[in-house]
Design a protein around this ligand. Structure first.
Ligand code: SF4
Ligand code: SF4
Length: 380
C-alpha cells in the first residue's frame, strides 16, 4: 500500500491537526445506482469491512458505519437520525461521507425528484439526495465517491439519459475541499473492486488518526497507487498479446483484444489484484475489459464486444513480428526442454570434465561430440 507518486494534493502538509479518535461513516447507496458498490464491498478482505467496524485493526479511530444495506440493526428513521444529526452538527464526531451512485440534475424539471432518502419532518416530503449532499459535504471530514457512477456519472449519465446525471466532482466542483482539506476521493469501478475501496477507506482512517500523510491522488482524484497502471500491464494474457496470438472466440485462453478488450489503455488494477481474495480480474478469467473505471464509460467504449479501434493498428503491428517471435521461441523451448546428452548411464565419463588445477591429461575416453553446446537461444 505504498503511495507511488505525488500529486498536488500529496505535496501539501497533512491537513489533520488532531488525531481523530472516533468517526462516523455516512454511506448512501441512494445516488442513481444499483447498490452494487455496497454489495461488492462485502467481499473485501484487505481489510474486511467487519475488521474495520469491529475495531480489529490497530491504530484506527473507532468507526460507526451507517449504510442502510449493510447495517442489519437499523433502518428507516433509526438510520436517518445520523444524517439529520450530521446536517445539524450534533453528531458528536467527524464523519466521512460516502456517496454511491451518480447525482441527478434536479434543476431540469419543475416537479418530482429523481432520488431521495428520508423525510423532512416539517413538510413530510422526501429529502432529495442532492439536498443531503449540499448539507453534508461541506461539513464532512472527507468525501468519498464509491464506484464509477458516483465518480464520473457512469451508466446513468449516458448520452440520451433523462436525468442529467453526473459524478460527484461534477456536482460539487473538482476543486472541492472537505473539512480536512481533502479533495473528493474517487474510487471508480462498476462495481468498485472491494479491496480497492476498503484500502482507500483504511488509508483515510489512518490519515484521520494522524498516522498517514495526505492521500496521494491523481488528476482524476483516484488513489495513485491503485490506478497508476493499465489492465494490460497486469494481465495474465499479455504474453499472448506480445506474441500476436489472439482469441477469435470466447473461451480461449489467448488475448481477447480482437473480441473487445480495452485493457491496453485502461487504468485499473484488477488483473494484478484479482477480484475476491486475489481470484478473478476480468481478462484474467476471460472477460473483456469494458473500461468500467474510466470517466468516458460507457459511451466511449461501446459497442462493447467490437474490437477497439486503436487495437486494430497496434495488434496488426504486433502480428507482424509476434508470429515470428513465437516460432523462434518454440524452437528455443524445444532445446530448453531436452536434458544435456551426458546425463545417462555409461561406462565412461562424458561430461567434459577437464581439470585445470593439476596436470593430468584429459581422459581420452571423453567424447567431445557428446557435449552439447549451450543454448544460444533463437529468441528469449
Ligand atoms: S486480454 Fe486485454 S488486457 Fe489482457 S493482454 Fe489482451 S488486450 Fe491486454
Ligand atoms: S478490467 Fe476493465 S471491466 Fe474489469 S474492472 Fe477493470 S476497468 Fe472494469
Amino acid at each position: 500500500m505504498e503511495p507511488q507518486a505525488s500529486s498536488p494534493a500529496a505535496e501539501k502538509p497533512p491537513a489533520v491537526k488532531e488525531a481523530v479518535k472516533e468517526l462516523h461513516i455516512l454511506w448512501t447507496p441512494d445516488g442513481m445506482s444499483c447498490d452494487g458498490d455496497t454489495i461488492s464491498v462485502t467481499a473485501a478482505t484487505l481489510p474486511s469491512i467487519e475488521d474495520v467496524v469491529l475495531g480489529a485493526i490497530p491504530g484506527l479511530p473507532k468507526v460507526h458505519l451507517h449504510n442502510r444495506v449493510l447495517d442489519a440493526q437499523q433502518g428507516g428513521d433509526q438510520i436517518m437520525q445520523y444524517w439529520h444529526q450530521a446536517a445539524e452538527g450534533t453528531l458528536g464526531a467527524p464523519f466521512i461521507l460516502v456517496v454511491e451512485g451518480s447525482i441527478p440534475n434536479e434543476e431540469i424539471k419543475s416537479q418530482g425528484y429523481w432520488t431521495a432518502m428520508g423525510v423532512d419532518k416539517r413538510t413530510g416530503q422526501p429529502i432529495r439526495l442532492n439536498d443531503w449532499i449540499d448539507r453534508l459535504a461541506p461539513k464532512a471530514w472527507a468525501v468519498v465517491a464509491a464506484g464509477t457512477c458516483a465518480t464520473y456519472g457512469g451508466v446513468h449519465a449516458m448520452q440520451g439519459n433523462p436525468t442529467g446525471s453526473m459524478g460527484l466532482a461534477d456536482y460539487l466542483g473538482w476543486d472541492f475541499r472537505s473539512q480536512a482539506g481533502l479533495p473528493i476521493v474517487n474510487v471508480p469501478g462498476c462495481p468498485v473492486q472491494p479491496d480497492n475501496f476498503m484500502e482507500t477507506l483504511l488509508y483515510l482512517l489512518y490519515q484521520a488518526a494522524g498516522l498517514a500523510p495526505m492521500i496521494p491522488l491523481d488528476e482524476l482524484l483516484r488513489p495513485t497507487w491503485l490506478f497508476g497502471k493499465t489492465v494490460h500491464e497486469g494481465c495474465d494474457r499479455a504474453g499472448y498479446y506480445e506474441q500476436g496470438d489472439f482469441a477469435r472466440e470466447y473461451g480461449s485462453p489467448k488475448c481477447i483484444v480482437k473480441i473487445g478488450c480495452w485493457g491496453p489503455v485502461i487504468n485499473c488494477n484488477v488483473t494484478k489484484r484479482g477480484w475476491m481474495d486475489g481470484i478473478g480480474g476480468c481478462p484474467n478469467v476471460g472477460g473483456i475489459c469494458i473500461a468500467c473505471t474510466m470517466p468516458g464509460f460507457p459511451d466511449k467504449f461501446m459497442p462493447f464486444m467490437d474490437e477497439p479501434p486503436g487495437a486494430k493498428m497496434s495488434s496488426a503491428v504486433v502480428l507482424t513480428y509476434g508470429a515470428t517471435i513465437r516460432r523462434l521461441r518454440e524452437i528455443t523451448n524445444r532445446t530448453a526442454s531436452r536434458e544435456p546428452r551426458w546425463r545417462q548411464r555409461t561406462t565412461v565419463l562424458n561430461t567434459g570434465y577437464h581439470p585445470t588445477t593439476y596436470h593430468e591429461p584429459a581422459p581420452a575416453t571423453v567424447e567431445k561430440t557428446m557435449i552439447e553446446a549451450p543454448i544460444t537461444g533463437a529468441a528469449s
